[in-house]
Design a protein around this ligand. Sequence first.
Ligand code: GTP
Length: 390
Amino acid sequence: MALPIATSVATAFIVNLLVCIYFYAMYKKQNGHCSYLHWSRSCGLFASGILLCVVAHQYNNFQVLNALSCFLLYGSTYGLFFGLNLFELTRHSSKLFQKAQILFFAGAGAILITSFYGQLVNAVASVFMAIMFLVTEGYFHDRKSPYQTAYNAMRAVLLLHSFIMFLQGAVLFAKTFSGHDNATNQLFEAALLSHLILVIVTALLLPVLHLLRQRRYWREKADTDDLTLLLSRRAFIQRAYLSLADRNIPSHSLLMVDIDHFKNINDKYGHPLGDKVLKQVASVMTKVIRQSDIIGRLGGEEFVILMPGASSDEALRVAERLRHAISKVVITEHSESVTTTVSIGISASSELLDTWDLLLENADQALYNAKRQGRNMVCKFDSPQPFLGT
Ligand SMILES: Nc1nc2c(ncn2[C@@H]2O[C@H](COP(=O)(O)OP(=O)(O)OP(=O)(O)O)[C@@H](O)[C@H]2O)c(=O)[nH]1
């Protein structure tokens, strides 16, 4: 049973006003996250648009008021895009803004022009709103977000809304040209209702998404070394424990990689070049190892690589490849160029030795041997003689 149109209009107005206030409060509370401000404005615009629509209805054929109300409703949709876009969609943000902006200005121009033709202005506004939704909707689809379910819920409501808006625009067009000028109440109601659902779903989902996003951000930050973007010490050890506990993996090898005479590089060329060396070494190592290997920065100029399933001989071959690849890299900053070498210590797990602490201790001992015997070489634990390559 359809609600009387006055009830739908009043409900839409009240809900939009309440959500407008709610989002503004969230904006103040969440250290000024702009999405909330956009959404607050958007709902405020929608509520004012509804008010003007009612006034325009009272004064039949009051073109300017009609055009203005459409403009406000239309503007609220634009605010909605801004709000959503700032949330998680930052990778595509500039493209999205451009598309939404072009459509917005095209729609706004069309609304002004058609305002001289009475009912046509509503039809144009509806069709443009639908197009704006549909064009930008693709951005939800493409996203690889861990909160895909929440995004899918928003997408579904956006799609429903745009479909109804489009239908409303099409029917209004048809009515205008066939000479019947009366408002299509049921479609108007449906459009209001779908917008209401959209506003409510977003009001419920956005704060949850915000919270989840913040949690993910801080977790990722804690797990990542800022300079090299490898795993941080804590995250590496956590992953190493998990891998060592996996009974399906028969053996593990650990490589401890340390840049030789790194202090000299810092002292001679300065810290910025030192940082560049660290980044470059990290990047070469990431390219040489397998994806299943776990790599992290223990601290300073010391890196670790855990190779699940690798025997100590396999680890030795990889370590030699690493040592060779790193020695070939030339790092330049301004007019300065440096090359660097690394020493690598290897330890391997066995049935008797598979605790993290022992693995690390032994790799450290092997690294110490490599350093003591001249650097730029690989040493296995229990094998004090350096591996001299073939
Ligand atoms: N640029 C830069 N330097 C760092 C960073 N972390 C640690 N260092 C420096 O790394 C240097 C490590 O020096 P040492 O531990 O003496 O080791 P080394 O000079 O490589 O000597 P060996 O390991 O014995 O070959 C110190 O000078 C630290 O200040 C960093 O993030 N950036």
